[in-house]
Design a protein around this ligand. Structure first.
Ligand SMILES: *Cc1c(COP(=O)(O)O)cnc(C)c1O
Length: 377
């Protein structure tokens, strides 16, 4: 049988190969490789796509999150509430600015943090909340903004996995005070290298970030802040402009693939399918099922299933095998195993099936057929 990778980016590239190659050659010939119109054009197009005033391109989603915290003056002594079930970058930046990440448990159905627990975790030290629209599934932004407004807190949306997702018809990244995007190649809008962007309706925040991304530079050579070097380069920006035109259709292909997985997997016992909240439109960066596992220790049953699937040519992934509150780097925060039980159980049970624009129905059928086989042995 054919081997099926978790992501096949060549299928996207095939669609744009002619215009992409031509654009890259034009930029190579221009001699202008950093900044310039390719970057400002993409920033404007992306802001328009999301329905925000400002987009500031940068080198990665991690940098966008870091600069968001810096622009809001969050640091030593401040607490930032977020989810333990995410990529490390979300929490790492909180630590990097000197603030303390506060982890709250997730909901079993959506893998996103539980808003009741977010409310309960607010203290006088809380400055901001970072919701992560995990796997492309948006957090209930209406409720979250109500909570934040009631306590005068900033909301920084981690949209790295959710470019194009919507809550009640509004694009994520346009609802909180700041949106942070990653253009890592496997994200919904992926560059051919690293890239990121920060979006906001607040002009003052945007000008702070424009300074931060270029060494705190205000006017040449007057440095007003300790900044970083985080530029989006011209070739990536130009490629992103091309890909942005395909984003909605690629997200639709992901939605169709998710619906087909649902249909194929509905009758299969022993797996829990991802649920969508009413109000949210997911863009399915991942299609993540759970392989039910009653034990709390030892090797998760999921790992055996994953191994067998790999032997049958289907490469499934585990995002994330260890929640952040139990990571070695956060040992000194004092969390115990068992403290955030829903996230911990998800870490034992989750399995992300191959998902990418251009995945074929026959490939999905092979995946589900193989999965059934692995479950029954
Ligand atoms: C990918 C990712 C990031 C980081 O983005 P980079 O561009 O790789 O720095 C942050 N948060 C989440 C949830 C991600 O998936």
């Amino acid at each position: 049988m054919k081997k099926i990778p978790p992501v096949d980016l060549t299928r996207q590239y095939q669609v744009i190969s002619e215009e992409a190659t031509q654009t890259v050659i034009e930029i190579l010939n221009s001699g202008r490789y950093i900044g310039g119109t390719a970057v400002t054009t993409f920033e404007q197009e992306f802001a328009n796509y999301l329905g925000v005033n400002k987009c500031v391109g940068c080198n990665s989603g991690t940098d966008a999150l870091y600069m968001a915290l810096r622009a809001l003056d969050i640091g030593q002594g401040d607490e930032v509430i977020t989810t333990p079930f995410t990529f490390i970058a979300t929490a790492e930046v909180i630590t990097r600015v000197g603030a303390t990440p506060v982890f709250v448990d997730i909901e079993a159905d959506t893998f996103n943090f539980d808003l009741q627990q977010v409310s309960a975790a607010i203290t006088p030290k809380t400055k901001a909340i970072i919701p992560v629209h995990l796997f492309g599934q948006p957090v209930d932004m209406q409720r979250l903004m109500e909570i934040a407004q009631a306590h005068n807190l900033y909301v920084i949306e981690d949209c790295a996995q959710a470019t194009g997702a919507e809550w009640n018809g509004q694009k994520v990244g346009s609802i909180g005070h700041i949106g942070c995007f990653s253009f890592f190649p496997t994200k919904n809008l992926g560059a051919c290298g690293d890239g990121g962007a920060l979006t906001t309706n607040d002009k003052a925040i945007a000008s702070q970030v424009i300074m931060l991304r270029e060494h705190g530079l205000k006017t040449r050579y007057s440095h007003e802040l300790t900044g970083i070097n985080s530029r989006l380069d011209s070739i990536q920006a130009a490629l992103l402009s091309i890909k942005l035109r395909y984003l909605d259709s690629w997200n639709q292909q992901r939605q169709q693939a998710a619906a087909y997985y649902h249909q194929l997997l509905q009758p299969v016992t022993g797996v829990k399918l991802p649920q969508a909240l009413a109000g949210g439109t997911s863009v399915w960066n991942q299609y993540t099922i759970q392989i039910k596992d009653d034990r709390l220790d030892g090797e998760p049953r999921r790992d055996r299933v994953r191994q067998k699937l790999a032997e049958m040519g289907v490469i499934a992934m585990v995002y994330y095998p260890l929640p952040l509150h139990l990571q070695p780097v956060y040992q000194d925060l004092g969390y115990r195993s068992g403290q955030l039980p829903v996230a911990e159980q998800a870490a034992r049970e989750v399995l992300s099936l191959p998902m990418f624009p251009g995945i074929l129905e026959e490939e999905q059928e092979q995946i589900v057929y193989s999965l059934k086989d692995c479950l029954s042995t």
